[in-house]
Design a protein around this ligand. Sequence first.
Ligand SMILES: NC(=O)C1=CN([C@@H]2O[C@H](COP(=O)(O)OP(=O)(O)OC[C@H]3O[C@@H](n4cnc5c(N)ncnc54)[C@H](OP(=O)(O)O)[C@@H]3O)[C@@H](O)[C@H]2O)C=CC1
Ligand SMILES: O=C1OC[C@@H](O)[C@H](O)[C@H]1O
Length: 263
Amino acid sequence: SGLEWGLEWELSGMRRSVIASRSLERAKEFANRHGIPKAYGSYEELANDPDVGEELLGVLHTEHWCVGLLFLKAGKNVLCEKPFAMNSGQVKDLVAAAKKMEAIWSRCFPVHAELVKTAYFGSPQLHIPRSVKELGGGALLDIRVYCLQHESVITDKDPYPLHLMILHFFAFDELSDWINPKMHFLFPLQVLGPMHCPTTLLVNDKEIGYPLPEPLNFTNSTGLCCEAVLIILLKSSSSAGFEESPRMPLADSVGVAFSQDSQ
Ligand SMILES: NC(=O)C1=CN([C@@H]2O[C@H](COP(=O)(O)OP(=O)(O)OC[C@H]3O[C@@H](n4cnc5c(N)ncnc54)[C@H](OP(=O)(O)O)[C@@H]3O)[C@@H](O)[C@H]2O)C=CC1
Ligand SMILES: O=C1OC[C@@H](O)[C@H](O)[C@H]1O
């Protein structure tokens, strides 16, 4: 589950001291399984615990907004699972309550830093009407129809439940050629999967690996330590407290949610 993934945060020295569930019985069962000393039967009790400074939010997507606000208003540091919330309006509420944040874990992987250094993403193409959102432009309407029609063949009816991301990725190369012929990497460069936690680049047909610490409970899950290191660095370099991360500014979080709004 999302929470079990989150336990990898122990790598960063974070102690897991409390678990909360809407059911005390479930909380106690989870606590026993993972050696957690205290269990609560409601999220409110966790929010009101003065001994807890950081809270890892691993609840169902629809609950990120309300439970996130509950913890933030109680003055806690919140590490929220993806997706940040259900839409950009909810994300803006959380951002306003939080003011500062760290990052999305995938962006903290060394592979991403390397990409930003070496990749060339072309120039904005907003002079082309079919790129303008108000004119029905953009990848979702213009190109994604091809991916969706593949999905609907496989799923028979509604393509959304399966989220066949592989097909989306498969289409990405062509998509970028089509929308913006300049959107090429400067030299043959490929990020190898898994897409949410990549550790290998293919540069001129040569693999360059960025290995993670062991043990791995889930695929590349110890990569969470990259995010933890970034937070620790931010904390120690900031005299005025914990500042917004330049690696993942708040505006990017709102932007990511905004681009999902039309889904
Ligand atoms: N970073 C990563 O790589 C991963 C992230 N995730 C993320 O973690 C989060 C949780 O995912 P996962 O653990 O698979 O989800 P689950 O479906 O297992 O739900 C997690 C918990 O949400 C709580 N919950 C709160 N309100 C509701 C509600 N109204 N209906 C149902 N459950 C509710 C439940 O806890 P209770 O009833 O005990 O209070 C439930 O156990 C998601 O945001 C997911 O995207 C998941 C896997 C990997
Ligand atoms: O975020 C995620 O990354 C890892 C997957 O296994 C998981 O299902 C997904 O929610």
